[in-house]
Design a protein around this ligand. Structure first.
Ligand code: F6P
Length: 497
């Protein structure tokens, strides 16, 4: 894409989160999560305006201080041009805590226990209409307000914004709309949970884009299948095209890399070294690590059950291994998430009680968000556990092996996006098979050093072979190709016509 073409990024969570300090003054810190990491990589490579929701009172104040317009903000040495969009507080609550999480998030990670939930009543439908749609319309209006030229590209991100593209398209048929989904796309039946008019509204919204992107080939196939099976649309599976409303929508996959360079830089911060010293002082012979958001999709409970089983079946490892679990609480206004933390704490207490001794606590649970401590632990694990039930990509699976210094082994769920790239050098597991995970723990901790180093080197090589610049370039190339009238050939390769 021509670097001069104006680029607008749109996501629910923006690059900076505003907070009040002790004196009640506003200050910004870099937001966390895979999406922000990905788009920060993008901003490094292209000048862009980033439009996002004002998610908290402090964000709202920051937005108001700039009259709701775009402003510049520097965090962690990155300069962002951003615009925070304020929505009605109750509408935002319905949008975030009822529809996006859990309704859509659970559909897209197969998390609903369908014999029990969800119950869709008038309240949920109203939350969709007055919350989800309303917030999408607010963000879409901000985009329309910022669109000055007709050669602009708008890149929308994730499951929060499925309705926004259609709202933008209605006013500006000329604008190029690109939408990247950071989470899995599930198979058609998972979507049948939604009332048919909401389901249709979501797909209509998404199909107003010119290109829809996913992390993996599998999610791309599922999306195409959904378009055909749920709505009878004409789909060219091989080329990855949905014909809809007289338009062609390209459906592509672009696996997200991490920036090895900036991650290595962060890993050299003095505070990381300080945490390392603490970890080394306390470590036993073997260190098992997991770092996650405390999200149901991450499968934290089965990870602890597998460790429990491993200790039961291999008594010789007692007092020789510690499982450090650093989990960041998130979405605590959603009851399922608050209960999940309680379940995690309860299970950790059981495992520690069952196996622990007076001077050994098998599971060291840290409920906190602390990037520096996580990186310090990445450097020294012997086994990294990423056993998500379903996960769009999972950047921990890339960050850990990149900086690990002990030829640590990766236990990796076959249902993560990262598995498409890293499966060969990981111990692949079925995330529901607790015995298989217990066996994988044993295998990792008893593996020969030759095999460990072969696996670790293989992972490092793949992870550092691409960076976010390549991810951006691949997408921009397709944007440019589609704008200039190219068609996708077999396998989704752009061919000029
Ligand atoms: O794509 C999923 C995602 O948006 C990631 O950015 C991140 O892992 C997570 O969800 C963050 O969720 P939230 O913005 O609700 O904290």
């Amino acid at each position: 894409m021509s670097p001069d073409r104006p680029l607008i990024l749109v996501s629910n969570r923006g690059p900076a989160t505003f907070e009040y300090d002790d004196e009640g003054r506003l200050h910004a810190r870099r937001s966390t999560g895979g999406l922000v990491t990905a788009l920060t990589g993008l901003v490094h490579h292209r000048d862009a305006l980033w439009i996002a929701s004002a998610m908290s009172d402090a964000d709202v104040q920051a937005s108001r201080e700039h009259g709701g317009r775009a402003f510049e903000c520097e965090v962690d040495e990155v300069r962002y041009r951003m615009r925070l969009v304020e929505s009605d507080a109750e509408a935002y609550n319905q949008f975030y805590n009822v529809v996006a999480n859990p309704l859509l998030w659970f559909i897209q990670h197969y998390l609903w226990d369908l014999s029990n939930a969800p119950d869709i009543r008038r309240e949920e439908v109203a939350a969709y209409e007055d919350g989800y749609r309303a917030v999408n319309e607010d963000l879409a209006r901000a985009v329309l307000d910022e669109l000055e030229t007709d050669d602009a590209v708008v890149m929308l991100h994730d499951y929060h914004l499925y309705c926004a593209p259609q709202v933008i398209r209605e006013s500006r048929p000329d604008v190029f709309l690109h939408h990247f989904i950071h989470i899995p796309w599930t198979q058609p039946d998972a979507w049948r949970v939604l009332p048919s008019d909401i389901r249709e509204d979501i797909y209509e919204g998404l199909l107003a884009n010119d290109i829809v992107g996913f992390h993996t080939r599998a999610y791309r196939s599922n999306f195409l299948l959904c378009c055909r099976e749920l709505f009878g649309l004409q789909v060219d599976e091989e080329a990855g095209i949905v014909h809809h409303d007289g338009r062609d929508v390209w459906v592509r996959h672009y696996p997200l890399p991490i920036s090895a360079e900036s991650f290595h830089r962060t890993a050299q911060r003095p505070s990381v070294h300080e945490y390392e010293r603490e970890i080394l002082r306390r470590r036993r012979e073997h260190l098992i690590l997991r770092v996650d958001r405390a999200d149901l999709s991450k499968n934290v409970l089965r990870g602890f059950s597998a460790f429990d089983l491993f200790l039961e079946q291999h008594e010789e490892f007692r007092e020789r291994v510690t499982f450090v679990a650093q989990l960041m609480p998130s979405r605590q206004d959603v009851p399922e998430y608050a209960e999940y933390i309680e379940k995690i704490e309860a299970l950790v207490a059981v495992v520690n009680h069952r196996h622990g001794t007076t001077d050994w606590m098998p599971v060291d649970l840290k409920l906190e968000e602390n990037l520096e401590r996580a990186i310090a632990a990445y450097k020294h694990y012997d086994l990294l556990i990423v056993n998500a039930m379903f996960d769009g990509m999972n950047l921990v699976a890339k960050e850990g092996p990149l900086v690990n210094e002990r030829h640590g082994v990766s236990l990796l769920s076959e249902n993560t996006g990262a598995h498409e790239e890293l499966g060969e050098f990981s111990l692949s597991v079925n995330p529901f098979d607790v015995q298989e995970q217990a066996d994988a723990i044993y295998r990792a901790l008893t593996m020969s050093s030759d095999e460990r180093s072969w696996r670790a080197e293989g992972l490092k090589k793949i992870i550092s072979s691409r960076d976010p610049g390549d991810w951006v370039d691949d997408q921009m190339r397709d944007i440019e190709a589609k704008r200039s009238g190219a068609r996708l050939g077999p396998g989704g390769v752009a061919a000029q016509v």
